[in-house]
Design a protein around this ligand. Structure first.
Ligand SMILES: Cc1cc2nc3c(=O)[nH]c(=O)nc-3n(C[C@H](O)[C@H](O)[C@H](O)COP(=O)(O)O)c2cc1C
Ligand code: SF4
Length: 434
């Protein structure tokens, strides 16, 4: 199978000059923005993106065109924000777009801003990505200089200001209301919804927040049309998707595939299978927040929103973590629970306390200091967290925890009963703060 035919978003990933304006324009870059402003107009752009069925790539998979339609008609001030926080363990696809193809993100953001009537667009980049802030800022400067942004752009027909905003590096600033609060200069803590940002967001005005990969797909959709986009993927999961793959496979990294591709085919043809005699044990398909699948379950599913839901997990951000047989699932879940505990913003008691309890219980199990009752306790703590908090971070900890317990229970039971131990100085253990 010719994998290059699916490269819509990743087509400049292996070019050294792909990030430069000249190279982008030589590839037809900014034609879609010119056409959007000069010919189509905002309603037609919204319709085309809606018809394409493009679903948000930040995790929830909500259709972008439908979300844009939630901005109240006639709203005078609308803001557009691009979510480049990308802090979910296992997820590293947006940074490829920002690094190798920043103009696709900028053009997609400008078209999306135009579609919703925004005059200010903020690209919110995770603080740790210092080099990406520079890379994107340079590209934004180039776009201003070329007359695609700022005063006088398109003869005054569409004047968009674009700001690159550097976050301080907190997972919760990726949640859209946390992101908006952070840009406002407040603590990056989420708000209760409703109101949703599309109605009341930044400075109380309608604000659309979209993921980097979502906006990067928009120029291609306008260039080639919704029908061409729908030729990739499935009816309900149209288009292509970037998967960032980590773990001991032959070809880890970022891969673009048509949605609906069977995992088995992706694993064999794209990833080249496991490296160096490793054996596949489990797969986390969509970033660390989604339920883990056993190798057998993974082999029977396909990579689209509906198939993964039917398999008991989620597509999420597309951060695929391939877990080899040598990995101890109790150690792995401790790493993940440490992350959620560390990153809880602390507003909700079930999340603030629950993530701490989950981490402490799995830690004592790993150390051989647990008891058989700890498994039921873990489940009780999960029950006290799920669906009871302001934002889904608590659920993001509960979903992997429950699935690890359900699918790899014997590993937990043997530790709890003292039938096995884990080396105290294993690699994971050294990486976890005690
Ligand atoms: C704790 C948490 C962290 C999140 N982090 C990100 C992130 O880094 N990037 C992102 O695009 N969406 C993230 N999201 C989802 C956003 O809240 C939001 O749904 C998304 O940016 C919308 O963009 P989309 O519709 O294009 O997917 C996060 C959500 C939660 C609850
Ligand atoms: S669920 Fe956790 S991260 Fe989200 S608002 Fe509540 S305390 Fe903060």
């Amino acid at each position: 199978m010719n994998q290059d035919q699916y490269r819509i978003l990743s087509r400049r990933f292996d070019r050294r000059d792909g990030h430069k304006l000249e190279a982008y324009e030589a590839d037809g870059g900014y034609r879609a923005l010119k056409r959007a402003v000069g010919e189509l107009g905002a309603p037609a752009v919204r319709e085309e993106v809606k018809a394409s069925g493009l679903r948000g790539r930040g995790g929830a998979g909500f259709p972008a065109g439908v979300k844009w339609g939630f901005v109240p008609q006639g709203a005078e001030t609308v803001y557009f924000m691009v979510n480049a926080d990308e802090s979910e363990p296992g997820t590293f696809k947006d940074r490829y777009l920002l690094d190798y193809d920043p103009h696709a993100v900028i053009e997609g953001s400008a078209i999306s801003s135009f579609a919703v009537g925004a005059k200010l667009c903020v690209i919110y980049i995770r603080g740790e990505f210092g080099w990406l802030v520079d890379r994107v800022q340079k590209a934004v400067d180039e776009a201003y200089a070329a007359g695609y942004l700022g005063q006088g752009a398109f003869g005054g027909a569409y004047e968009l200001e674009m700001i690159v905003h550097k976050g301080a590096g907190a997972y919760i600033c990726g949640e859209e209301t946390g992101l908006i609060n952070s840009v406002t200069g407040q603590k990056g803590q989420p708000n209760i919804k409703p109101p949703f940002p599309a109605v009341s967001g930044f400075l109380g005005q309608p604000t659309i927040v979209n993921n980097v990969e979502t906006v990067a797909a928009v120029p291609w959709i306008l260039e080639h049309g919704a029908a061409a986009y729908r030729k990739f993927g499935t009816e309900k999961s149209p288009g292509t998707k970037l998967f960032s793959v980590s773990g001991p496979v032959r070809r880890p990294g970022v891969h673009e595939i048509p949605l609906g591709l069977p995992f088995r085919e992706f694993f064999t043809d794209w990833l080249g299978g496991m490296a160096d005699g490793e054996e596949l044990k489990a797969v986390i398909m969509g970033g660390s927040s989604v339920p883990v699948l056993t190798a057998a379950e993974a082999m029977e599913t396909a990579l689209d929103y509906e198939s993964l839901a039917a398999a008991g997990t989620m597509l999420g951000s597309g951060g695929m973590i391939v877990i080899p047989a040598r990995c101890d699932m109790v150690e792995l879940i401790q790493v993940l629970m440490h992350f959620y505990w560390d990153e809880s913003c602390g507003q909700c008691t079930p999340c603030r306390e629950g993530t701490g309890w989950l981490h402490r219980i799995v830690k004592r199990l790993r150390r051989g200091e647990g008891a058989p009752e700890d498994l039921a306790l873990l489940e009780r703590v999960c029950d006290g967290m799920a669906g009871l908090t302001i934002c889904p971070l608590a659920d993001a900890a509960v979903m992997p925890m429950r699935s690890f317990l359900q699918r790899f229970r014997p590993e937990f039971e043997a530790l709890a009963a003292g039938r096995r131990t884990i080396e105290p100085d294993s690699r994971w253990a050294r990486e976890i703060r005690s």
